[in-house]
Design a protein around this ligand. Structure first.
Ligand code: BES
Ligand code: MN
Ligand code: ZN
Length: 504
């Protein structure tokens, strides 16, 4: 999808479809109270073209609600699409992001290959962030996980015109659009990786894809395998990979902006991702139902790679190290077994209770390595537990932290990213559940509080380094399509991790 900017009169834009957003200004409540939709444009021609449908009561400007008008009188556009942002009091920049995505997803299946989207004119919606969010939403909305379908007729939208009123500052709108394209494309990069099946994306191939991306955007990279794991004494990471015919990949990317490296007190951010390219459960094998979904068990690692792509292009003034621990979790004669005791890179011994709790093992060594490489602040992302999906559904991902200051920055980042993460508890009680009689810790703590005991396991390896853990198991794959995003890989985490990094 190509993005263009227009500062011309929107009524004069010659396009297949012009999308304009509306809010519901009604504040009263009650069964007989009618919605009062108002368009966020000052263009008189657009307002008059939409007047009849707005007066009809058919369109309430609800969140991502749409209505289409053909041959709108007085406009050069062939179609006028109204997109709702919901109640005026609740509208945010993120509402604009999903509205742009909704407009693209409305357009795409109808075989229309171009559209213009009018930036909202409203005091509470700043042009720069809205411009970024619109382009981001459009690019994310244009993605479908259909690369392996030979009948895919649903081709991409070719051209997206972001139409700004001439009163908006052009440089601000332009900068926002450039940023939105980088972030949206990075999120889609993550989604395309997550969509790849286990046979097409082994740990080795994930390493190659990471290296290609790194080379393209100017990041330093190093991808190694079995020998390096042994050299670093990554016994936890290795134990997961040892049952697979596919060798593991230790992916390290570095972003080192000029001028920052000199300061010894400057922070170094460590991004650590779970990259299990397929999780059978190992010897503690998973049931067959839904096992095919376990190709997305590398979504945390893919989110880190997408964030690194955006970091490389947006160039924040902070050093970043990214580590993705990629392996395949398989049952085999050489596989690790329940009852095995493995020694992690940190020296801690782990009593393996369940080989399906493999994500925390690879992350344990990833976190230790990030600290060894000098990370002063850590963030990890992982499809770590089914328990987080039970707790939060497909509406919020889980976030855990040992440091309120680092978490406060993450919470602030959510305001920009529009993603939903809910802070979940760590604590002594959960740490107690993973004490082992045999070794230092065991890798499961029972069903109760499963997301928190998994997080406490990682805490043992993050130690007192400020650290945030994102459990995206429930959110990385969306089962039902939404008006603004296709079903399948969501790319959750990319935008929030990026904004957290930019806040340092
Ligand atoms: N990859 C899974 C978690 C998962 C579940 C991701 C559902 C996405 C959707 C993880 O490796 C796992 O198997 N976790 C176990 C842990 C248990 C054995 C303590 C789980 O959640 O059941
Ligand atoms: Mn597992
Ligand atoms: Zn897993």
């Amino acid at each position: 999808m190509k993005t263009e900017l227009s500062f011309a009169d929107i009524a004069g834009i010659e396009t297949e479809l012009l999308a304009v957003v509306a809010v519901d200004t009604q504040t009263a409540k009650g069964p007989d109270v009618k919605a009062e939709p108002v368009l966020l444009t000052s263009d008189e021609a657009v307002k008059s073209a939409a007047a009849t449908v707005l007066g009809s009561g058919e369109f309430k400007a609800g969140v991502n609600e749409t209505v289409l008008l053909h041959a709108p009188a007085g406009l050069k556009a062939k179609r006028l699409l109204l997109v709702g942002l919901g109640k005026q009091a609740k509208v945010t920049v993120h509402s604009v992001r999903t509205a742009a995505g909704t407009a693209v997803r409305f357009t795409k299946p109808r075989g229309i290959r171009e559209l213009a989207f009018a930036l909202p004119e409203a005091e509470l919606l700043p042009p720069g962030p809205c411009s970024r969010a619109s382009v981001e939403g459009a690019i994310v909305g244009d993605f479908d996980a259909d690369t392996y379908r030979s009948d895919r007729k649903d081709k991409s939208v070719q051209s997206f015109i972001l139409a700004a009123p001439s009163t908006f500052d052009q440089a601000t709108v332009e900068a926002g659009a450039v940023e939105g394209a980088i972030v949206g494309e990075s999120q889609n990069f993550t989604r395309s990786l997550v969509n790849e099946p286990g046979n097409k994306l082994t740990p080795t191939i994930l390493g190659q894809r990471a290296a290609e991306m790194a080379a393209a955007v100017g990041l330093k990279w190093d991808v190694s395998s079995t020998e390096k794991l042994h050299e670093l004494k990554m016994g936890a990471f290795w134990s997961v990979s040892q049952g697979s015919a596919e060798p593991p990949a230790l992916i390290v990317l570095r972003y080192e902006p000029e001028g920052v490296a000199a300061d010894p007190n400057a922070p170094i951010l460590g991004l650590v991702g779970k990259g299990i390219t397929f999780d059978t459960g190992g010897i503690s094998i998973k049931p067959g139902d839904n096992m095919e979904k376990m190709k997305y068990d590398m979504a945390g690692g893919a989110a880190m790679l997408g964030a690194m792509r955006a970091i490389a292009l947006l160039k924040p003034k902070v050093r970043v190290i990214c580590i993705v621990c990629a392996a395949e979790n398989m049952p085999d004669g050489k596989a690790y077994k329940p009852g095995d005791v493995v020694t992690a890179m940190s020296g801690k011994t782990i009593d393996v209770i369940n080989t399906d709790a493999e994500g925390r093992l690879v992350l344990a060594d990833g976190l230790t390595y990030a600290r060894q490489l000098g990370a002063t602040h850590l963030i990890d992302a992982a499809t770590l537990t089914g328990a987080i999906g039970v707790a939060l559904g497909q509406h919020n991902a889980g976030a855990f932290s040992n440091d309120d200051a680092a978490f406060a920055k993450f919470a602030a980042a959510l305001g920009t990213s529009g993603e939903k993460f809910w802070r979940m508890p760590l604590g002594e009680e959960y740490a107690e559940q993973i004490k082992s009689d045999i070794g230092d810790i065991k890798n499961t703590g029972g069903r109760a509080g499963g997301a928190s005991t998994a997080a406490e396991f990682l805490h043992v390896f993050a130690e007192d380094t400020p650290w945030i853990h994102l459990d995206i198991a429930g959110m990385a794959w969306i089962d039902d399509q939404r008006p603004y995003i296709a079903k399948g890989p969501s790319g959750v985490g990319v935008r929030s991790i990026l904004e957290w990094v930019r806040s340092y």
